[in-house]
Design a protein. Structure first.
Length: 116
């Protein structure tokens, strides 16, 4: 699973922040690691440093192998809160998506029975 973290000009994307976010992504999405080829996280400040509530945005795009990309966004007052919310949304979305692929309705059809 390849991870890329991007920040806008208003967020200081130093190595410590990038390393911490990559670790959080790996921990949060580890159960889907075999089904994901790439994860991109985009952090932005909607108000460009003016302040305000819920002005930090985290957008996560996941590329499942052999499928279309899946994206979620979450706004929060701080980068950690926005990141945690987006990761939680992505876990839920991937669980729903991959769960639908692997589980059937159950039970066998009468057409599957061997004729006498």
């Amino acid at each position: 699973m390849q991870i890329q973290v991007n920040t806008d000009d208003n967020i200081d994307g130093d190595d410590a922040l990038i390393t911490q976010l990559e670790a959080e992504i790996r921990d949060s999405l580890s159960r889907f690691a075999g089904q994901i080829t790439r994860v991109e996280m985009h952090l932005s400040d909607k108000n460009a440093g003016k302040g305000g509530s819920d002005d930090q945005r985290c957008m996560i795009e996941v590329r499942p192998s052999g499928q279309q990309p899946v994206a979620v966004t979450h706004d929060g007052p701080t980068i950690p809160e926005a990141t945690a919310g987006a990761l939680q949304k992505m876990q839920s979305k991937l669980q729903s998506s991959f769960g639908r692929q692997t589980s059937g309705k159950g039970g066998h059809s009468i057409r599957d029975l061997d004729p006498l």
